[in-house]
Design a protein around this ligand. Structure first.
Ligand code: ADE
Ligand code: ZN
Length: 333
């Protein structure tokens, strides 16, 4: 099997995808129309032209604006269902999706509307496509600690449907330490925890995510390489990094895919995984990310298999399931 055939054949888990970041312009127009909401674009082409980012914030401004058309439970269902169809195409068999409740509750949408729409799509993905999934609720780090506490409170009645809490949005200036207490409360309530750190922010933020938030995974974390002591810690603890290559390119975290450090991190023994982050905005879903790094960094078949295995190992599925997928990956040539 050549590399491209292997990428398609490998079963994969996605651990870093924002459901609001899977919103394709076509669906955005359709939902905007049926909800009678104006969007500042005349055509799908015009939307795509706006997707020219120079850093994280320039993306976030457009991403939050797009989410404004989501109003009804069915809208959230349609959004998630469209993503699950992409998973099926890419042989992503398990996904752990982020959602940003504050983006919606701050516009007067009920927490229940959001989660019920997403959950119904997750249930249908299992029964109709055989794709398993978990939901991870993210706090927006540019908002206050108090707002995060309120969001956690709103989530408690839906605890059974949310596996973990996470931390996303504008990184620099909003360190993990700002959310130490709310993460402690979330852990007490039984949530697993993850956090974006070391995307645009420094290695120091990764230390804080580990020591103060006590995360089970680091989202992005590519800037960890700047700190040799941190690298030792990540390797010793087998701490997963959910790396998003096309995102890093589009948000200018790297200038060129050939300079991406995912292969180096893998070779040094860091538990890296491949993910799409906000695929509708960054030019591709799971397999597009695999293809981009394989072309730029000339990954071997063994490295591709290792990345796919890492994705299950770093996921929140039971150990027996992890072993099952590892075995299946081993059978591929
Ligand atoms: N929200 C959606 N995508 C994000 C990213 N790459 N970093 C931080 N927050 C995000
Ligand atoms: Zn992200």
């Amino acid at each position: 099997m050549n590399q491209l055939e292997l990428i398609q054949a490998l079963p994969k888990a996605e651990l870093h995808v924002h459901i609001e970041g899977t919103f394709e312009p076509e669906l955005m127009f359709e939902i905007a129309q049926r909800n009678h909401i104006d969007i500042p674009y005349k055509s799908v082409e015009e939307v795509k032209q706006a997707y020219n980012f120079h850093n994280l914030q320039s993306f976030l401004d457009i991403y939050y604006a797009g989410a404004n058309v989501l109003i009804h439970e069915q809208d959230f269902y349609d959004l998630a269902w469209a993503y699950f169809e992409k998973c099926a195409e890419d042989h992503v068999v398990h996904t752990e999706m982020f959602f940003d409740p504050q983006t919606h509750t701050d516009r007067g949408i009920a927490f229940a509307t959001v989660i019920q729409g997403l959950k119904r799509a997750c249930d249908d993905a299992q029964s109709k496509l055989g794709i398993s999934s978990h939901l991870i609720m993210c706090f927006l780090r540019h908002l206050s600690e108090e707002a995060a506490f309120q969001t956690l409170e709103q989530a408690l009645p839906f605890k059974e449907q949310i596996i973990a809490v996470g931390l996303d949005s504008s990184e620099v200036g909003h360190p993990p330490s700002k959310f130490e207490r709310v993460f402690a409360k979330a852990r007490e309530e039984g949530f697993l925890v993850v956090a974006h750190a070391g995307e645009e922010g420094p290695a120091e933020y990764v230390w804080e995510a580990l020591d103060l938030l006590r995360v089970n995974r680091i989202d992005h974390g590519v800037r960890s390489e700047e700190d040799p002591m941190l690298m030792q810690r990540l390797i010793a603890e087998k701490m997963p990094l959910t790396v998003c290559p096309l995102s890093n390119l589009k948000l200018c975290v790297v200038d060129d895919m050939a300079q991406h450090n995912i292969r180096r991190l893998l070779q040094k023994g860091v538990h890296v995984t491949v993910n799409s982050d906000d695929p509708s905005y960054f030019g591709g879903y799971m397999n597009d990310n695999f293809i981009a790094i394989t072309k730029a960094l000339n990954l071997s078949n063994d490295e591709l298999k290792q990345l796919a295995k890492n994705s299950f190992e770093a996921s929140f599925i039971p150990a027996a399931e992890k072993q099952k997928w590892a075995k299946e990956i081993d059978t591929l040539a």
